[in-house]
Write a protein of this length. Structure first.
Length: 188
């Protein structure tokens, strides 16, 4: 069943389905275009996102903005979300039970937006959405189609800030996304 935006956003804002609710300042549901052709999915809010209630507004977010711009897109055209909607303490990786509790919100967002392409930013998103056994350094840059949606696993922008040598591969992945967008546009 596809629920309404209002009900998803209301539920997220009041969510107490896992322990992350105890330490959050704000929930971070995601933001962007409700008709986006492309969604970017990260891991979970960091300190800046927790303070602002908005996804990818810190240093990694500034790099994501540049990546989106380099693709010829704007933040307003795409939708940006995370696997978990509340900040994990010390920015640790979300626990399996936190991911499990939160994923229905992301799935509801997919059902409402119906994107053609989902870019999984980093291992947490790629494992949650594509395959728990996925290894991001090995499996990035390869399309996976699930129920008619094209999924592209690539590096998280925070990983690119830590290791700039990964940027070339990430850019190759984003170019594949741009090519797929064109291809799908021509099919319509
Ligand atoms: N890292 C993420 O995975 N998501 C954010 O929103 C910010 C940083």
């Amino acid at each position: 069943m596809v629920v309404s935006w209002q009900s998803v956003l209301d539920e997220i804002s009041q969510c107490e389905k896992c322990e992350l609710c105890r330490t959050r300042t704000h929930t971070v549901p995601g933001e962007g275009n409700y008709h986006a052709r492309v969604m970017f999915v990260g891991e979970g809010p960091g300190a800046d996102e927790d303070r602002m209630g908005r996804p990818f507004v810190g240093r990694a977010g500034q790099l994501l903005d540049k990546m989106i711009a380099a693709m010829g897109l704007t933040r307003e055209e795409v939708y940006i979300a995370n696997v978990v909607k509340c900040r994990p303490p010390q920015n640790r990786t979300p626990l399996p039970e936190e991911t499990f509790a939160c994923l229905p919100y992301l799935r509801a967002q997919f059902a409402l937006i119906r994107p053609q392409i989902i870019v999984c930013l980093g291992a947490t998103a790629a494992k949650a959405l594509i395959n728990p056994e996925l290894c991001i350094t090995r499996d990035r840059g390869v399309w996976v189609e699930k129920k008619g949606v094209w999924m592209m696993p690539t590096y998280h922008p925070a990983a690119l800030l830590r290791d700039v040598s990964k940027k070339r591969e990430a850019w190759e992945d984003l170019q594949l996304v741009m090519a797929k967008l064109k291809e799908l546009e021509n099919e319509q």
